[in-house]
Ligand binder design. Structure first.
Ligand SMILES: Nc1nc2c(c(=O)[nH]1)N(C=O)[C@@H](CNc1ccc(C(=O)N[C@@H](CCC(=O)O)C(=O)O)cc1)CN2
Ligand SMILES: Nc1ncnc2c1ncn2[C@@H]1O[C@H](COP(=O)(O)OP(=O)(O)OP(=O)(O)O)[C@@H](O)[C@H]1O
Length: 234
């Protein structure tokens, strides 16, 4: 039983249940000692906000969604050009759109023909950092974790210098709400050279705050159909 103090004691090693952290994320050790009651409230709040924000974008008409994606592509070009000029940027990770995320695939195809290496993220191990595999317009996609289309197992593993992170929600501090797996945070925390991270989302998905927790890593740029909302200098 999840709420049985004895069962908690057996699993956690504590003689009494000091908190419910093990109920929220059994494998997560929080080095900063965040208040467990607050962490539980934040996790609950995030779950309901994810559902609310996903419903909002689901309600958009497909023409509207296409216009938003076109505006995002227009906004993204100068961000990428800026990073491509004279820098060591070679590999950019996109995402294969699911659940009404903005579809940037036209830009993905275009860039791949102009010499930029394109990568896509994969969940190859649950509760672990993402793996990135190379994508070209000839790549035959297969179904991965959560049924997300991904490059096949023989596609080259690459490390992107820039990642596009689709946003379920975002806040003015640059924090991202995703689908609740913690995958992007784990990935950004684990790569020796942290990639430049650009959040891509609907303007309407703005939140006053996502109540950042110690594991949350702010993105460098947040881009919506209304342009850049957060820059490295802000
Ligand atoms: N298009 C696209 N591809 C992507 C991402 C994305 O956000 N968009 N990801 C960005 O990271 C990764 C996949 N992220 C995922 C995040 C959560 C779950 C998941 O199983 N969610 C559970 C709840 C988890 C929990 O609450 O502990 C669920 O909804 O049931 C699956 C995949 C990689 N590929
Ligand atoms: N670096 C990390 N190490 C261990 N656990 C982590 C780390 N980052 C996130 N997590 C775990 O992942 C859980 C979900 O995190 P969060 O709510 O930030 O997900 P998300 O950003 O919405 O998901 P995603 O990136 O998969 O779309 C957290 O409660 C935490 O337990």
């Amino acid at each position: 039983m999840a709420n049985d103090p004895d069962s908690f004691g057996r699993r956690s090693g504590f003689s009494s249940p000091p908190c419910l952290a093990a109920e929220i994320a059994p494998d997560y050790f929080d080095p900063l000692g965040v208040d467990p009651g607050q962490a539980r409230d934040v996790a609950r709040w995030r779950k309901s906000e994810r559902a609310r924000l996903r419903d909002i974008r689901k309600a958009l008409r497909s023409g509207e969604r296409r216009e938003i994606a076109d505006a995002l592509i227009t906004g993204l070009r100068p961000v990428l050009d800026d990073r491509l000029q004279g820098s060591n940027l070679r590999t950019v990770s996109f995402y294969w759109p699911i659940q009404n995320e903005p579809d940037l695939r036209p830009l993905m195809t275009e860039l791949s023909t102009t010499g930029v290496d394109i990568a896509l993220p994969l969940v190859e191990t649950k509760a672990a950092p993402l793996v990135f595999r190379r994508w070209t317009p000839d790549t035959r996609m297969v179904r991965g974790h959560w049924n997300i289309p991904v490059p096949p197992g023989d596609a080259q593993i690459v490390i992107p210098e820039l990642v596009l992170a689709p946003l379920v929600g975002w806040d003015s501090e640059g924090y991202r709400l995703g689908y609740g797996g913690g995958y992007f945070d784990r990935t950004l925390a684990s790569l020796p050279n942290k990639p430049f991270a650009v959040g891509i989302g609907f303007h309407a998905a703005k939140l006053a705050t996502i109540y950042p927790q110690p594991h949350d890593i702010a993105l460098d740029v947040i881009l919506t159909e209304q342009g850049i909302q957060i820059t490295p200098d802000s």
